[in-house]
Design a protein around this ligand. Structure first.
Ligand SMILES: N[C@@H](CCC(=O)N[C@@H](CS)C(=O)NCC(=O)O)C(=O)O
Length: 303
């Protein structure tokens, strides 16, 4: 089930290729004020009436995965940006199945959850498929997607809140292009209680995050292995590429992590699956916590 032709730029080494892709993304507008709005702008520029409304939080990786799903399916949608924590009350009042983002209204239905959204979008608009038609391949993609949602996604969320709790100056960069109903600067200035509450709600305590960082090299290897097996990394991206790719793209916005993870097949997959992901956080984590990542570097350079 390995699919060919996944990697472009064949004469480039993986790490050069990643660096080129990263530079291109940056040149393309990661730092541009409208970068975040690109997926949404492309559909609205076509003058299409939104068929769906996506509820998101700035920097939310599963919400970014859902945005990419809608874009790949060519479904015009409107995006509503919510403040973290406050989002819970809004979504509850709107009677979504749960109070997290992404939540989506489409075809008269209310959906919550990146996996539920992927499955429903494939049902409503089968092309391009988010899941392979071959039974074995579909099971493998669904398993990778489930792992991406249950293991990698919450770990990267914990990391992000732990990092933001240490230094809130980068908060605004994640809200690039978002319309929160209040000026971004004001939202950032008043964010301390929200960051504290979100850290608590997501168990982003030091001990858990340190354990997540120790597990990260093994998780990255797992993603690289799935790519080698052809479960991940084909074009167009499948539901698992989007799920896992969105988490890796958020992880790559952390200066603490990016040098240790870039150059891997996993990162190249993430850049293709999620071409843009706004935000950048300066290094703030204790060096000792990052040691497991550094130790894993020589092993991957032999791949
Ligand atoms: N696992 C869920 C995501 C659930 C989740 O925790 N989403 C976060 C944003 S990444 C959220 O809604 N948080 C609410 C809050 O911060 O108050 C999915 O894949 O849809």
């Amino acid at each position: 089930m390995r699919r060919e032709g996944r990697r472009s730029g064949r004469d480039e080494t993986p790490s050069n290729h990643t660096a080129t892709l990263l530079r291109r993304r940056e040149a393309d507008g990661v730092t541009h004020p409208d970068a975040l709005g690109e997926y949404d702008a492309r559909v609205t520029a076509q003058g299409q009436t939104p068929e769906a409304t996506l509820y998101s939080i700035p920097g939310s990786h599963p919400a970014m995965a859902a945005r990419r799903m809608l874009e790949l399916k060519g479904i015009p949608y409107k995006r509503v940006d919510l403040m973290p924590v406050i989002s819970r009350g809004v979504l509850k009042a709107m009677r979504f199945p749960s109070n997290t983002v992404p939540s989506l209204t489409i075809g008269g239905r209310k959906l919550t959850g990146s996996r539920a959204i992927a499955a429903e979008l494939d049902r409503l608009r089968p092309e391009p498929p988010l899941y392979p038609s071959d039974d074995d391949a579909r099971v493998a993609v669904a398993e990778a997607e489930r792992w991406g949602e249950e293991v990698l996604q919450p770990a990267v969320r914990r990391l992000s809140w732990n990092i933001l709790k240490r230094d809130r100056t980068s908060l605004g960069s994640y809200a690039e292009g978002a319309r929160l109903g209040v000026p971004i600067g004001l939202a950032v200035k008043t964010a301390a209680p929200i960051v504290a509450a979100a850290s608590r709600m997501n168990s982003a305590d030091d001990e858990t995050v340190r354990a997540d960082l120790a597990a990260l090299p093994g998780w990255l290897q797992r993603v690289d292995d799935w790519i080698a097996e052809g479960v991940l990394g084909a074009e167009p991206p499948n539901a698992a590429d989007l799920q896992i790719g969105a988490s890796l793209r958020l992880a790559m916005t952390f200066d603490d992590l990016r040098p240790a993870i870039e150059g891997r097949p996993a990162v190249e997959m993430a850049l293709r699956a999620i071409p843009q992901f706004p935000g950048r956080a300066p290094p703030v984590l204790p060096a000792a916590w990052l040691e497991p990542l550094r130790q894993s570097e020589p092993a991957r350079s032999t791949r």
